[in-house]
Design a binder for this molecule. Structure first.
Ligand code: PGA
Length: 254
């Protein structure tokens, strides 16, 4: 079956950068600025810090911006002190769950196995998993092998996966001055697309993340369905202009 064309998706991960006042001010500015954007053109999400999720959901209830969590537990409920229940997030109105970000893998020891369990927990609770995939290697052949292994181990045995977002982020492009080259992104995102198609995943979107910002999407729009933004979206006006830029580029290529 031919895969349907994926909708443009542009998301923001605030990590733990902003305090309460900054987050809510960002949200107010973004919701206002995105007001004129057509729902048919793009899907948008924000991943705020966990303590602010509920307030962000309230503030965005009638806007285009969906809210997600930066991390979830692989368990729905039980004796797991301090963990974030995917079941509760879904009940609160969360739409997305970020899984396996490089910082979770390296600073908090998340293995491919835990990541696979978190993807299952996310789908079981009707949260859309945004799965971060990205190589450590700077050499193309081993980068491809790393990415293939991460995808296979994340996706195999997923029985309830209805929809999937992959955020492709080469680890060496996170938190630096420039994103990976367009040539590299295009090669790797084509590989990811082929892998997902081979695994018969039908409903997916592939985003590029890692120092992404203005001017990038134009060069990668043939292989990516959107962007996953970090620091470059901290100014809400820049976020709005990146969203508008992505919409125009996508429209020009239809
Ligand atoms: P950055 O973050 O754009 O600030 O590099 C991206 C990410 O880690 O998702």
């Amino acid at each position: 079956m031919a895969r349907r064309a994926s909708k443009l998706l542009v998301g923001v991960n605030l990590k733990m950068y902003m305090d309460k006042e900054q987050t809510l001010a960002w949200l107010d500015a973004a919701v206002t600025g995105l007001g004129s954007i057509n729902r048919d053109d793009v899907e948008l999400f924000l991943l705020p810090s966990a303590p602010l999720i509920s307030q962000c959901i309230e503030k965005t209830s009638s806007s285009l911006l969906a809210i997600g969590a930066q991390n979830i537990s692989e368990h729905d409920s039980g004796a797991f002190t301090g963990e974030i229940s995917p079941q509760l997030l879904a009940q609160m109105g969360c739409k997305y769950a970020l899984i396996g970000h490089h910082e979770r893998r390296t600073l908090f020891g998340e293995s491919n196995d835990v990541i696979s369990q978190k993807i299952a927990a996310s789908s079981r609770n009707n949260l859309i998993p945004i799965v971060c995939i990205g190589e450590l290697s700077t050499e193309e052949k081993s980068a491809k092998a790393e990415v293939k292994t991460q995808i296979r181990s994340a996706i195999k045995d997923q029985k309830n996966l209805k929809k999937l977002v992959i955020a492709y982020e080469p680890t060496w492009a996170i938190g630096v001055e420039h994103p990976a080259s367009a040539e590299h992104i295009n090669k790797m995102c084509s590989l990811i697309r082929t892998e997902l198609e081979d695994m018969k995943i039908e409903d997916f979107q592939i985003l590029y993340g890692g120092s992404a910002g203005e001017g990038l999407f134009e060069m990668i729009s043939q292989t990516c369905d959107g962007l996953f933004l970090g620091r470059r979206s901290h100014n809400p006006q820049t976020y709005i202009s990146i969203v508008q830029e992505c919409i125009s580029i996508k429209a020009a290529h239809l």
